[in-house]
Ligand binder design. Structure first.
Ligand SMILES: Nc1ncnc2c1ncn2[C@@H]1O[C@H](COP(=O)(O)OP(=O)(O)OP(=O)(O)O)[C@@H](O)[C@H]1O
Length: 326
C-alpha cells in the first residue's frame, strides 16, 4: 500500500484529535470550497465514520459575487459525491446588516451555520482556519493596539449559539492544506476577496507575512501562532480570577463595591468592569478600551465626576461607595 502523503496524514490527525472526546453525534463541516476548508472536509469525511460519527457539509452562498450560487452548488455536489451524509447550500442575505460588507457577511454566515447545526443536532461545527490565519489575526491585533483578548487570536474551540465551533487546523500550515488538495486531486476555489488589497487581512497575507518570513526566517508564522496560544492561556487564568472577583464585588442591588474593586490589580479590575458592562447591556462590539478606562476612573480617580456613558445607552455612576447603572 502506498504511504499516505504527509499533509493528508497531518490534517487527518488534526481532525481526529478535534473529534475525539466530543459527545456522540454528527459533525457539520463549513466548507467554502477554498483549499483550507476543502482539505478539512476531505479529512473529516474520512475520519468521522471511523469514529462512529456522521459528517455533513454546509456551504454558504453570500450572493455577493457573480457565479456564487453555481460555486456553492458545485461544493455541495462534491460533498455528496465524496460521501457526506448530506451537503447543503444556504443562501444568506448580507445587504441591510450593520457594519462593513466583510463583517456583515461573517455575521450572516455564522448565523446560518448555527441554524443548520441546530436543525441537524450536530455536536460540533468545524471550520478550516489555519495557523496562517492565526498569525494574520495576531499581526492585525498587534497593529491596532489590541489587548490580550485580541492577541490571543482565534480559540481552537468556542461557543456558536449553543454548539461548539471547532478549528481543527489551527496548528496546520496553509501550505499543507494546499498540498493536501493537490495530492487528493481537488481544485480549490480561489476567493477573490483573499487577494483584494482593499482588505487589511489580504495585505497582511500578501505583503507583511512574506516580508516577515524573509526578514526573520520561516519560523515566524509558527511563532506568532504560539504567541496566540500562550496569551490565550494567560487570558483564561485572568478571566477566571475576574469571574471570582466580580462575584465578590457584587452588591445586593446589582451594583459593584468600590472598595472591593480598589483591592484588585488593574488587569483583573479592567476585566471585571468589562464583563459587568456587557452584563448591563453595553454593546460588545463597540465597548472599547476607552469605555473601560472611563469606568475605571470612577473607581480609582473619582472626584465627583458624572456618569460614564457606554455604547448601547448604558450609563454608570458612582454613588454611596458603589458603581451602579443609572
Ligand atoms: N461561504 C462559506 N461557506 C461555508 N463555510 C465558510 C464560507 N466561508 C468561510 N467559511 C468557513 O470559515 C473558514 C474561514 O474562512 P475564511 O474565508 O476566513 O478563510 P480562508 O483561509 O479563505 O478559508 P478557505 O480556504 O477554506 O476558504 C473556512 O475555512 C470555512 O470553514
Amino acid at each position: 500500500m502506498a504511504a499516505l502523503a504527509p499533509p493528508v496524514a497531518a490534517i487527518r490527525v488534526a481532525v481526529r484529535r478535534a473529534l475525539t472526546g466530543l459527545p456522540s453525534g454528527g459533525v457539520l463541516v463549513a466548507c467554502s470550497g477554498g483549499a483550507d476548508s476543502l482539505a478539512l472536509a476531505a479529512a473529516t469525511v474520512f475520519v468521522a465514520p471511523r469514529l462512529g460519527r456522521t459528517a455533513t457539509l454546509v456551504t454558504v452562498d453570500h450572493g455577493l459575487q457573480d457565479g456564487s450560487a453555481a460555486r456553492a452548488e458545485a461544493v455541495a455536489a462534491w460533498g455528496r459525491e465524496v460521501g457526506f451524509a448530506s451537503a447543503t447550500v444556504v443562501r444568506v442575505q448580507v445587504a441591510g446588516r450593520p457594519g462593513g460588507p466583510e463583517a456583515a457577511a461573517r455575521e450572516a454566515r455564522y448565523q446560518a451555520l448555527t441554524e443548520v447545526a441546530r436543525q441537524q443536532n450536530a455536536v460540533a461545527v468545524l471550520t478550516g482556519h489555519t495557523r496562517d490565519d492565526q498569525a494574520e489575526t495576531v499581526l492585525l491585533a498587534l497593529a491596532r493596539g489590541a489587548g490580550p483578548r485580541g492577541l490571543a487570536g482565534m480559540p481552537a474551540r468556542r461557543d456558536l449559539g449553543g454548539v461548539p465551533l471547532l478549528r481543527p487546523l489551527l496548528e496546520v500550515g496553509r501550505e499543507q492544506t494546499r498540498a493536501a488538495c493537490a495530492v487528493l486531486g481537488l481544485s480549490p476555489w480561489q476567493d477573490p476577496h483573499n487577494t483584494d488589497p482593499s482588505y487589511a487581512r489580504s495585505r497582511v497575507r500578501a505583503d507583511l507575512l512574506p516580508a516577515l518570513v524573509r526578514a526573520l526566517g520561516p519560523g515566524v508564522v509558527d511563532n506568532l501562532a504560539r504567541t496566540a496560544r500562550l496569551v490565550a492561556a494567560d487570558n483564561a487564568a485572568l478571566d477566571e480570577l475576574a469571574g471570582a472577583a466580580l462575584a465578590a464585588a457584587r452588591c445586593p442591588d446589582g451594583g459593584l463595591s468600590v472598595a472591593a474593586l480598589l483591592g484588585l490589580v488593574p488587569a483583573v479590575r479592567g476585566r471585571v468592569l468589562h464583563v459587568w458592562a456587557r452584563e448591563l447591556g453595553a454593546l460588545p462590539g463597540a465597548l472599547s478600551h476607552r469605555h473601560v478606562a472611563a469606568l475605571d476612573a470612577l473607581v480609582t480617580d473619582w472626584h465627583g465626576q458624572g456618569p460614564a456613558d457606554l455604547p448601547g445607552g448604558v450609563r454608570v455612576l458612582r454613588r454611596d461607595g458603589r458603581l451602579t447603572p443609572g
